[in-house]
Design a protein around this ligand. Structure first.
Ligand code: TYM
Length: 336
């Protein structure tokens, strides 16, 4: 039996959006009162694609500001950046030797991100899921709050843990992690195309609500969000094959913490313009204060760095200890 511990990570690639918030960060905040939580800014993951060094530095601070502005308490949780704790990279190498190439080749996110030019993608992008498994398992974390797009990576994490436990006959050494994926909205979709995930890498800024968008911009983006010509259905079945409609309804449900069928009860039969103004109100109410707080926190870079410093020290103690056990299990000795 493992002690319950939550771990999750967010890439510091700038422009955190409503998908990151509803899919992950909102859940981080809820969990902080129930579990011991470790939240990481995964800067080593970010460099699997080329990053401008100065932008990366400022994006790391912006991500930590977004965590705090969303309600994470740096005293309650361990909040840190991945590059500060070397044990992540060390365990990732070990997992490179545990995971099979066939497993990597099945990862849909690699295929999506590498696109047509697979031969030219970094090797880091291919073995990225092994680093992700190391992030989680170096803390022996048991629960991982993420959006649905990370589910396959967590299945891989489970496979790596099982293979390691089995290969080295150390039953139950690594826990078999449980994904915590939000029910009402596991995947927030683009406002321009309900079949595409809302994403920081999408060219059109109109496709997403950024945490830093102000009221006017939020109103404008929601007004322009794609819908269809039918009115809002009264039953969930009526949302079938209506991807854009389903997305907006789910966003509303998730922001207001009510089930989708309750939203349909309230708005069934009404047209989208009525609903959109209510949705805008909800988004502005929940997101605008976060955006304002991010701007405020970014003025105090010393404070933000001190959170990372403190969190990194706390994380390093746990991770280094667990890594030491791993080295012993596999017969490696550090003589230095
Ligand atoms: P990243 O940085 O792409 O996204 C951070 C979190 O936001 C969620 N998310 C979404 N959820 C719902 N709808 C969306 N449109 C949407 N877009 C993003 C993601 O699911 C994620 O939870 N590989 C991870 C980072 C990572 C990690 C880890 C996560 C590295 N190590 C260990 C958990 C545990 C990633 O790239 O997330």
């Amino acid at each position: 039996m493992h002690k319950k511990r939550v771990f999750s990570g967010v890439q510091p690639t700038g422009n955190l959006h409503l998908g990151n918030y509803l899919g992950a960060i909102k859940n981080f905040v809820d969990l902080q009162n129930k579990f011991e939580c470790v939240y990481c800014i995964v800067d080593l993951h970010a460099i699997t694609n080329r990053q401008d060094p100065n932008e990366l530095k400022s994006n790391i601070l912006e991500t930590i500001a977004s965590f705090i502005a969303s309600g994470l308490d740096p005293k309650k949780n361990i909040i840190f950046n991945q590059a500060s704790v070397a044990a992540h990279s060390e365990l990732a190498w070990i997992f490179n030797c545990v995971a099979r190439i066939g497993w990597m080749n099945r990862m849909t996110q690699f295929k999506e991100k590498a696109g047509a030019n697979k031969e030219n993608a970094s090797v880091g992008l291919l073995v990225y899921p092994n680093l992700m498994a190391a992030d989680i398992l170096v803390y022996k974390a048991t629960h991982v709050p993420v959006g649905e797009d990370q589910k396959q990576h967590l299945e891989l994490t489970r496979d790596i843990a099982k293979k390691f436990n089995n290969d080295f006959k150390c039953d139950d050494f690594f826990p078999i992690v449980k994904p915590l994926i939000p029910k009402e909205i596991s995947r927030v979709m683009s406002l321009r195309d309900g079949k595409k995930k809302m994403s920081k890498s999408e060219d059109s800024d109109q496709s997403r609500i950024n945490l830093k968008d102000d009221k006017d911009l939020i109103d404008q983006k929601i007004k322009k969000a794609k819908t269809d010509n039918d009115s809002i259905p009264s039953e969930i079945n009526g949302l079938k094959n209506r991807h854009e409609a389903a997305n907006l309804i789910s966003i509303y449900a998730s922001l207001n913490e009510i089930p989708v069928d309750k939203v349909l009860n309230e708005f069934g039969g009404k047209n989208f313009s009525t609903f959109k103004s209510k949705l805008s109100e909800s988004v502005v109410e929940k997101i605008s204060p976060i955006g304002k707080e991010i701007e405020k926190l970014l003025k105090d870079k010393k404070y933000l760095s001190s959170i990372l410093q403190n969190g990194s020290k706390r994380a390093d103690i746990i991770a280094t200890n667990n890594l030491k056990e791993v080295y012993e299990i596999i017969g490696l000795t550090k003589f230095s």
